[in-house]
Ligand binder design. Structure first.
Ligand code: 13P
Length: 249
């Protein structure tokens, strides 16, 4: 059975002190649940957050990493460095990385390979822009993003891949894809994976939705058959909202 997952992407928010506070409140409010919970703090809080969460059901993810093992890449962080501070998961391909840091499908394919070589699970993000949806190209865009970065992988590698469909027009805008739009796209994604690999493999892949998920809309979005959870931005910075979204399952 595929997993239900709620992951909080903190983006460039919360210094070390704020992170510790947020993690301790999260531990207070989080009750045992079937839903896997992940938080992705900035690099500077990964070690402290991972230490504070030891023994709990919550784990930490990084928001990015470099593909190289080490070397002259000023400002970058490698997979082994992440592993060393207790990171088991990395978010790759977020639309903000693609838009502001020029990350391409080809670069992301290398990052995915590096993460998997280090046994780090990947939450791979993709999604269309508003213009793509308006012109009816959303499926072609999403299919291309998945194919170009992930379809070189052998079937066995997919155990370590979680997908996150994040339509760019819904990120941080307060505008969410309707539950039906999310379901239609998630179903298309699962079909695309089934066509390349097998329906058995596609049925096991968790596909998260991201883009303005809030306590008020989480339940309806998560109730859709092919939506296995959420990647949460703004609402993950507020423990009450984040906990309500986790409990929406
Ligand atoms: P918001 O929930 O703030 O729209 O952000 C979504 C997101 O980008 C998660 O990665």
């Amino acid at each position: 059975m595929r997993k239900q997952i709620v992951a909080g992407n903190w983006k460039m928010n919360n210094d070390y002190v704020d992170s510790e506070l947020l993690v301790s409140k999260l531990l207070e409010q989080h009750t045992h649940s079937q839903t896997e919970v992940i938080i992705a703090p900035p690099f500077t809080s990964l070690l402290s957050s991972s230490n504070s969460l030891k023994g709990s059901q919550i784990t930490v993810a990084a928001q990015n990493m470099h593909y190289a093992e080490n070397g002259a890449y000023t400002g970058e962080v490698s997979a082994a460095m992440l592993k060393g501070v207790g990171v088991q998961t990395v978010i790759l391909g977020h639309s903000e990385r693609r838009a502001y840091f020029g990350e391409t499908d080809a670069l992301l394919a290398k990052k995915v390979d590096a993460a998997l070589q280090h046994n780090i699970r990947v939450i791979f993000c993709f999604g269309e822009e508003l213009a793509d949806r308006k012109s009816g190209n959303e499926e072609a865009i999403v299919e291309g993003q998945i194919k170009n970065a992930l379809f070189h992988l052998p079937a066995s590698a997919w155990e370590q891949i979680v997908l996150a469909y994040e339509p760019v027009w819904a990120i941080g805008t307060g505008e969410t894809a309707s539950p039906e739009q999310a379901q239609d796209m998630h179903n298309f994604i699962r079909q695309t994976i089934a066509n390349k690999y097998s329906s058995g493999l596609a049925a096991e892949v968790s596909i998260l939705y991201g883009g303005s998920v809030k306590p008020a809309n989480a339940k309806e979005i998560f109730s859709k058959a092919d939506v296995d959870g959420g990647l949460i931005g703004g609402a993950a910075l507020d423990v009450t909202q984040f906990t309500a979204i986790i409990n929406a399952f």
